[in-house]
Design a protein around this ligand. Structure first.
Ligand code: TPP
Ligand code: SF4
Ligand code: MG
Length: 346
């Protein structure tokens, strides 16, 4: 009897199957939002045809920061100290800005211990995608409130959070990040489009992804639970993304949309779900987020985009060839150069 041939796996524009983008088996809790985010990162890099060896993954400490182990086994990776990923990522990007850099952090890793590092990363506009897997708690250390927990939300034990949460998106926009959005780990379509557009952007992308912690923060009274997000998620725009290597099909009235030409030739089409929301208006983006808090709304979507601002690489006039690949004869000036500099300072 003839045996049926095994189906040929689907490959991307590099000829790679999706398995080449996967990582190790997750050790996170089943149902943790962080696992869904890893899956979307795999899908986005596969669909965009990014070479796995041309990606670097950066993280800090937390369940969220463990997730780079669960995608892209073939990429470069560095798991830093708690809250210190921005400094490590900055150095690595300066050494090689030609790689796609994905930083994965948590709300604790970013908005508590890492806040000092986060704010300076945002103002530099280094080319990287910074993802906060935001569950409102320190999952790894058993569920204490983090600084993004909303005022009035409760822990499983009934403890009430009486401090206002930090809105990392409003902060990132104010500080200088050039692509800022919020999504939900349970919204496959929105998150995937946002990640694909993020890959096409040149500059700092800051994505706050609400990612429920099923073990410590998925109960009634939590504002980062699956149920809360399913009921309250209010998208500000619908993201259509067409990569540079695909043909653009216009499928809705341009009056209702906002088109953004991305750095790599891709195009992002934002269908306005709020009348006249202009994602290039920085002050309005911050105001809209502040008003949403007053109205107890959870906005998602692309809040802010700026495709023209110089990156830190441009500002420092870093050479095109990655410094990390240059021989010492170029990166380390001879003693005579130091001597002449010292003489000039006399
Ligand atoms: C310097 C330092 N302080 C404290 C800790 C303990 N610690 C480990 S993970 C963590 C919080 C992680 O929370 P978050 O970043 O939100 O990640 P999650 O586990 O929720 O994904 C803390 C406080 C540590 N590892 N190092
Ligand atoms: S403790 Fe929470 S954040 Fe950590 S893996 Fe489990 S569900 Fe995810
Ligand atoms: Mg957390």
């Amino acid at each position: 009897m003839a045996t049926a041939a095994a189906p040929t796996p689907k490959v991307n524009r590099l000829g790679l199957p999706i398995v080449d983008y996967r990582g190790g088996k997750s050790t996170l809790c089943a149902g943790c939002g962080h696992n869904a985010i890893s899956e979307r990162i795999v899908d986005a890099l596969f669909e965009m045809g990014v070479e796995p060896e041309r990606v670097m993954k950066m993280s800090g400490i937390g369940c969220s920061s463990k997730s780079p182990a669960y995608f892209l086994s073939r990429s470069h990776s560095f798991n830093g100290v708690h809250g210190r990923m921005p400094a490590i990522a900055s150095g690595a990007i300066l050494a090689n800005h030609t790689l796609t850099t994905i930083g994965v952090s948590g709300d604790g890793d970013t908005a508590s211990i890492g806040m000092g590092q986060f704010v300076h990363l945002m103002r530099r506009n280094l080319p990287m995608i910074y993802i906060i897997e935001d569950n409102g708690v320190y999952g790894l250390t058993k569920g204490q409130f983090s600084a993004t927990a909303d005022l009035g939300s409760t822990l499983k034990t009934g403890v009430v959070n009486d401090l206002p949460g930090i809105d990392t998106c409003a902060l990132a926009i104010q500080l200088g990040a050039t692509f800022v959005g919020r999504s939900f780990s349970g919204d496959k379509k929105q998150l995937l489009s946002m990640l694909k557009a993020a890959i096409a952007h040149k500059g700092t992308v800051m994505l706050d992804v609400i990612s429920p912690c099923v073990t410590f923060n998925d109960h009634e009274g939590s504002t980062k639970s699956y149920k809360f997000m399913q009921d309250k998620d209010s998208p500000i725009n619908e993201i259509g993304f067409v990569p540079s290597f695909e043909e653009i099909h216009v499928d809705y009235d341009s009056g209702e949309t906002y088109d953004v030409q991305m750095y790599d030739g891709s195009s992002m089409r934002l269908r306005k779900l709020r009348e006249d929301y202009d994602p290039t208006d920085k002050a309005n983006a911050v105001r809209t987020l502040m008003e949403a808090h007053e109205n107890d709304e959870i906005l998602t979507g692309v809040f802010y985009i700026n495709t023209t601002k110089s990156t830190f690489i441009d500002l420092l006039n870093v050479v095109d060839k990655p410094l990390g690949t240059q021989p010492e004869s170029i990166t380390r000036p001879p003693k005579s150069a130091l001597d002449s500099l010292m003489t000039s300072l006399k």
